[in-house]
Design a protein around this ligand. Structure first.
Ligand code: SF4
Length: 458
């Protein structure tokens, strides 16, 4: 495997907006170039992008051992609201409506509450799908209610042993906290996701974790697993040997059923795996086990805009499509009958009640082991001042983005906001040009962090 050199990493910047190529077509070409295009590929067929991260603060109230933030993050002020709005518009321009926007940070709940609500509202008003990515500490029921009313679609709670939370010895202990978060979101029009960073210390706990998710399938939609990557300010003692397939195997163990993680692809196969199960009467059944049928149906329905947060709407949309596509009637009927037959005992016991549970596995790259092919086929971007960029590439040189000055318009004219001071200057000074004595070190949350020295104290 050839990894990108330092100069190649330096030279690669955000994607330019291409007015003459539609977003879906651009994604399809990227998949083709990477050799991962086909009927089972969602990127370029149904979606132009998996999701775009919108970082609205660099601050966090936790200090995970595998954190992707940089040592400068704690020193950076929250990017101005107008700039966040401009980046939302940029997401729209690059990928069009219905794009999943991960409102993230740091932890976005540390941003001023009225600003967070305004950001969620703006994302939704632009026809995009906002997700709140949070560790849950400050995501109170009241806040979730307010955000749901402003248009939030999903909430993703990051809970795992990398957070070092007191009183929780292992992943199973943390299920008590996951239950608290499920209760907080219960009854709100939000779909719930849990994020787990997989590392050598918790990979064996995945089956137990999946059993917990299975038992709560009616209350959450997605369980997402990210394999640890050596990037950011976290503690990366050694490279992990955990593979995406190993995580998939652990998920299957907990699910109690084989799951076909190759039927429906989201981008490059070295980046991610996706599986979907039906939960009936506490048992999971693979929904995507028949690859050919899934690929056929996926490509035939790629143009449908499905509201994943509303199962009834999805079903209505699908059956309306099916009604006018008789050539798919036989295969859909055959598939439905076979599934119903396999699930018949549980369907009877559950009185026909079915939930779905999705599993996502993602493998970010180590900062020093970036593969150009994956970067170019990336489906998980971060929006920067100058456009979207692969999340792996962003994390590998995060400081060069978070320390950029930002152009703002004031009543006095154009100014440049400086991320380390929050001050507005008349010149777009590159942050690297700031004198090193402007910085200082502080101990924060148990480790050394860069910060601005308080000028008044000097
Ligand atoms: S962020 Fe990295 S791992 Fe994820 S899709 Fe992009 S290149 Fe692949």
């Amino acid at each position: 495997m050839r990894y990108m050199t330092e100069s190649e990493i330096d030279a690669l910047g955000p994607d330019p907006a291409l007015a003459d190529v539609a977003p879906l077509e651009r994604a399809r070409r990227a998949m083709q170039r990477a050799g991962c295009w086909g009927d089972n590929q969602q990127m370029g067929g149904r979606w132009p992008i998996g999701c775009v991260a919108l970082e609205i603060t660099q601050r966090c109230n936790l200090d995970c051992t595998l954190c992707y933030l940089s040592e400068h993050s704690e020193a950076v002020k929250d990017v101005p609201l107008d700039e966040v709005f401009r980046r939302i518009d940029l997401i729209c321009r690059h990928y069009g409506p219905n794009t999943d926007v991960q409102i993230t940070g740091g932890d976005p709940t540390l941003r001023r509450r009225d600003e967070l609500v305004a950001i969620v509202r703006r994302v939704r008003e632009r026809g995009l799908r906002p997700t709140l990515m949070t560790n849950g500490r400050k995501a109170t029921r009241e806040l979730l209610e307010e955000l749901a009313a402003a248009g939030l679609v999903d909430v993703a709670f990051h809970v795992d042993t990398t957070q070092g939370l007191k009183g929780y010895r292992n992943e199973v202990d943390l299920n008590a906290l996951r239950s608290v978060y499920l209760d907080r979101a219960q009854g709100l029009p939000l779909s719930v996701m849990f994020n787990t960073t997989v590392h050598d210390g918790n990979v064996d706990a995945i089956p137990d974790l999946v059993r917990f998710f299975r038992a709560n399938a009616g209350r959450l939609r997605t369980a997402s697993f990210q394999v640890q990557a050596a990037t950011g300010r976290g503690v990366h003692e050694k490279k992990t040997a955990i593979t995406l397939d190993a995580v998939a195997g652990q998920i299957e163990r907990g699910a109690g059923t084989p799951i076909n993680f190759r039927s429906s692809m989201i981008g490059h196969p070295r980046c991610s795996r996706y599986g979907l199960c039906f939960e009936v009467n506490g048992r999971l059944y693979d929904a995507l086990d028949e690859s050919e049928f899934v690929a056929r149906l996926q490509s035939a329905t790629a143009h449908l805009v499905l509201d994943r947060g509303d199962r009834r709407k999805v079903a209505k949309e699908f059956f309306a499509w099916l009604a006018v596509n008789p050539r798919h009637w036989a295969s859909v009927l055959e598939w439905t009958a076979a599934k119903a037959w396999r699930m018949k005992a549980d369907l009877t016991a559950a009185r026909g009640r079915i939930n779905t549970l999705s599993f996502l596995i993602h493998g970010f790259m180590d900062a020093c082991a970036l593969e150009r092919e994956r970067i170019e086929a990336c489906v998980f971007k971060t929006m920067t001042r100058d456009g979207p960029i692969s999340m792996c590439l962003h994390n590998a040189k995060r400081d060069s983005f978070i320390l950029q000055s930002v152009r703002v318009h004031t009543s006095a004219g154009e100014r440049f906001w400086q991320p380390l001071t929050g001050a507005l200057g008349i010149r777009p000074d590159a942050p690297s040009a700031l004198a090193s004595e402007e910085y200082g070190l502080k101990r924060a949350k148990g480790r050394t962090r860069w910060r601005l020295i308080d000028q008044r104290a000097r």
